[in-house]
Design a protein around this ligand. Structure first.
Ligand code: CUA
Length: 331
């Protein structure tokens, strides 16, 4: 019964990884498909070796030892214990090395710079020939059918950038650039996750990944580059006042129309210019409904332990609601 129980537990664990949004086994690009294939080949090799070792073990416990000639026994050790595993492991190693992805494969024009912060992602888009980046956060959007280059670094501690459905992981270091490139084959929606322990909220350092048709991507990028539209509704206008009064601009940027000199330019936290159009808050922790905005602003530390943003739990319900309205309106 114990065996049954542990097998069921193992199967549950294994199946819990089957959500295609974050799985190497549901690849959305060639780089991940290679890794998926590698997994199945390695699994096959491991099964063959396991069967062989256990078969031999079973065999020698059952036979009459007196009937086993010394020569046969020695042959068994050499063939079964040395030659066969060496050949299989050698073949698996050669296969693994032969499909090693070229992390420096050149991109088709778009370059992203992603910086790992505690615990969120600073994202810059550099289209070909751009002189300044288009800044966003906590979400990676890529044109489908193209290879995009991604330059990685980190703020204070080591993180690791990983989109299992699109490719392998790559570490991010403070003060040192690493790079990789990704090639989503068709539009899709996945989840990425920090894969290197980086502090209390490491597990809550995720991001949404969206591959879009190239035309849609170009439109989206142009919208991200545009300044934020000033709030039009009364609640949003009041919310913008709360934003200023509470000093949110000390840490966050909201790019307004050119020429306004009192724009918040804080760069400690995520750029909020188009936060209302994003798919998640708190780096993959909450959605972006009005309620999510209110929950996040008032309970940051409870949702994300040790996060730097203080909880604005002193705001009145009205102020909180207005602020949420303002931020949600930043699309
Ligand atoms: Cu960032 Cu773990």
């Amino acid at each position: 019964r114990r065996l049954l129980r542990s097998s069921a537990l193992l199967a549950t664990l294994a199946l819990s990884g089957c959500d295609g949004r974050q799985s190497v086994l549901a690849p959305g690009g060639a780089d991940a498909r290679v890794l998926g294939d590698l997994f199945w080949v390695m699994l096959g090799g491991a099964i063959i070796l396991w069967l062989l070792v256990n078969g031999l073990f079973f065999y020698v416990t059952r036979i009459n030892r007196a009937a086993l000639s010394r020569r046969f026994a020695n042959g068994l050790i050499i063939v079964g214990g040395v030659i066969f595993p060496t050949v299989i492991l050698g073949a698996l190693l050669a296969y693994g090395l032969s499909i090693m992805p070229d992390q420096r494969a050149p991109g088709d024009g778009l370059t992203l710079r992603v910086t790992g912060e505690q615990w969120w992602w600073r994202v810059e888009y550099w289209p070909e020939g751009a002189e300044a980046p288009i800044i966003s956060a906590n979400e990676i959007r890529l044109p489908a059918g193209q290879r995009s280059e991604i330059i990685l670094d980190a703020g204070r501690v080591i993180h690791s950038f990983w989109i299992p459905a699109l490719g392998g992981k790559m570490d991010m270091f403070p003060g040192r650039e690493t790079r990789m490139s990704l090639h989503p084959e068709a539009p899709g929606h996945w989840r990425g996750q920090c894969a290197e322990f980086c502090g209390a909220s490491h597990a809550l350092m995720a991001f949404e990944v969206v591959a879009m048709a190239p035309d849609d991507f170009a439109l989206w990028l142009a919208a991200q580059e545009a300044p934020a539209a000033p709030p039009a509704d009364p609640a949003g206008i009041r919310g913008a006042e709360v934003f200023t009064r509470e000093g949110c601009g000390a840490c966050h940027t909201v790019r307004g129309p050119e020429g306004r000199d009192s724009q918040p330019r804080g760069a400690v936290g995520p750029d909020l210019t188009h936060v209302g159009s994003r798919l998640s808050l708190g780096a993959g922790t909450l959605g972006t409904t009005l309620e999510d905005f209110e929950t996040w602003i008032a309970h940051t530390g409870a949702i994300k332990p040790e996060v730097e943003m203080p909880a604005y739990d002193h705001l009145s319900a009205g102020d909180l609601s207005d602020l949420a309205q303002y931020l949600k309106g930043l699309e």
